[in-house]
Design a binder for this molecule. Sequence first.
Ligand code: TXA
Ligand code: MG
Length: 342
Amino acid sequence: MDTKIYKISSPDDKSIEEVACLLKDGKLVAIPTETVYGLAANALDGETVKKIFKAKGRPSDNPLIVHISDFSQWKPLVKEIPEKAKRLTEKFWPGPLTIILPKSDVIPSEVSGGLSTVAVRMPSDEIARAIIKAAGVPLAAPSANLSGKPSPTSSKHVIDDMEGKIDAIVDAGECSVGVESTVISLAVNPPRLLRPGGITPEMLTSVLGEIEIDDAVFNKLAENAEAASPGMKYKHYSPDAKVVIIKGDFSEYKSFVEKEAKEKDVALCFEEDKGKLPFIKCVTYGKEKDSFSQAARIFDALREIDEIRAETAFARFPEMTGMGLAVFNRLIRAAGFNIVEV
Ligand code: TXA
Ligand code: MG
């Protein structure tokens, strides 16, 4: 398949109409959002949505997030919009927050992965919203990577994974947040955080009061446990290289890596560390005390590790509060939960 590339830098760009026509016509288009690029299709058309799973190699029981551009598009997708959902969206939509509620009948089972709930979000990226608006339908969109690979935060990542497999890619540069949206379920009480992201647990509790954080946010799901979110049980963000997270301060990290590293290994470290590790190649993921810069870099860094064909990447341990929880959550999955305490 020939994949058309549209370079778009503003929500007023004339090509948005053309992209919207493709989507109306049942085609698959990768679109930018503030979090990561999404692989979009008409969310109300189950047959079209099936093609998303095929292009990504995604298991069909892993449900998709439905993207809207306007509050009025939400109501028809769900059974009802509870008070808590209204309060959350007043504060955090448009933005990197996905809300799960019992679904209505217009959501095809392909989108919900057979579940009785649906995940919805309104992205803050203006090009994304302009595309949804012009398409005139909500768009189902998982991250636009091959299943299991790090999520795409630039058009290059999308092209690397999806060229030849989908109808079009909108190239709008780099995503600002860099990790996928926060996913919270309001289909249970108390509300349950299923995936940490740009809207932090502290921000959620400031609006909702008590929330529960699903154990799978921190830990590997037990062999036979049922996943609250099907995405939790699948392998994620894994580069071909082996990733090991080293828990310790910089000097402990340095001594460990100096002793263990072989020729083809790399340090997945912070910018400040770079000049202090002369014995190993460094791939950096943001600044030590700045979780936002780490989030913006983590997926690109994981892809870079494979581009240079590293064998093992020794990662520094990120902070686990605020936005750092989202970074930690992605990194432990990339590492297959392999943490060494030094
Ligand atoms: O930032 C994002 O959320 C990006 C951009 C493109 O918007 N999208 C994204 O989609 O990350 P995806 O498919 O890669 O991740 C969606 C996650 C999966 O782990 C899935 O299992 C979970 O959300 N999910 C979706 N619908 C669900 C539902 N009804 N119940 C529980 N989990 C659900
Ligand atoms: Mg994904």
